[in-house]
Design a protein around this ligand. Sequence first.
Ligand code: IMO
Ligand code: MG
Length: 422
Amino acid sequence: MKKKIDVVLGLQWGDEGKGKIVDVLASRYPAVARFQGGPNAGHSLQFEGHSFVVRSIPSGIFREGSVNVIGSGVVLDPVTFREECGNISKMGINPVERLVISKKAHLILPTHRLLDAASEAAAGKGKIGSTLKGIGPTYSDKIARHGVRVGDILAPDFQARFDALKQRHIRLLNDMKYECNPEENEAEWMAAIDFLKKFQLVDCEYYVNDWLDSGKEMLAEGAQGFMLDIDYGSYPFVTSSNTTCGGVCTGLGVPPGKVGRVFGIMKAYCTRVGSGPFPTELFDETGEELRRIGHEFGAVTGRPRRTGWLDLVALKYAVTVDGVTDLILMKSDCLDTFDTIKACTSYKIGGEETTHFPFDTAAKIEPVYTEFKGWKKDLTGVRDEKNLPKEFTDYIAFIENYLGVPVKIISLGPDREATIER
Ligand code: IMO
Ligand code: MG
């Protein structure tokens, strides 16, 4: 029987714990596919005493016999990719055997990274707080139809295509008066391109559809989160791809009717790295406490993450646009010590109460909270739903009721094993 593709999506501002959950679910899916984003992602996994951060490679890579697809909607930096493969090889895994890469994925050139840095340097106060991995400039070139794609590396005139794009970038960098050596990392990049040639480069849309049509399961792994989506996030403080469910269809070449379950991942509180609106952000000791307990420091850039209470208004928006069928609740154990736990259930904007996320990212939003009594128990060792404290299950029921979607998985720690399914 033909299968549908199930999807895992971050519902907040990224860093919800997608790596861990995909790794847990990967035992049920023989294939995992990334459909957007690039090395701006940092998906953390922990198992059997090892910890890993994957960037462009799907989080299914550590499961034996798995196939991992880097889809057309991804932007690939060959240098980061080679480094990642090197780390995976140290585990005795041969990435060449477990990965296929779409010919239509776009390549991040060394000069894309420079353009990212130049653009942020010129932005002053309007900085996006980009991860500086060249993501925005690469997607810009894709849309402007100047991009160089993975499949191009096999073309006899690849060097000429690379040079043409590089020259365009050099002109832009000169215009921006950004001081740099555009050729500094070129040799390393070209060596990484040779490494890339070892992999199976595919027409992703045929590969994925054939896979599903032959009755095999596949899981699509999103990067970033709903609120960073280029169309529906807090523009312009967003990433440059569609992190929403629609991105699965365009990024892998699967029709909407072939999308199956949509797992939406959320933390029990909120974090954000980089600039932009964050209605429930805390600037006090509670925020500091969340950062400390949740180890909220960027996996890619090491930056301290901004922290705040759960925002159900933003989540309802995400659940609606993404069509989430199953919720996955992460890091509730980080709230174990709090006397009172808060969740934002509406916004006050200009004196009016609303449950709609506003268009205007400069709008002054006052969050309206519902308060819950803390459970004040250590949840980290709990493996059976029956042993969860009532205050905690009440809190979950409130979330389910507000969002209209059941919580199917509760994660209570970074390890594969610290997971309860309902
Ligand atoms: P994962 O997949 C959290 C943020 C950056 C910045 C904005 C734009 O690990 O959840 P970009 O480099 O994409 O142009 O930066 O998006 N950002 C993320 N924040 N987690 C991520 O990925 C992110 N990827 C990008 O901090 O505000
Ligand atoms: Mg991250």
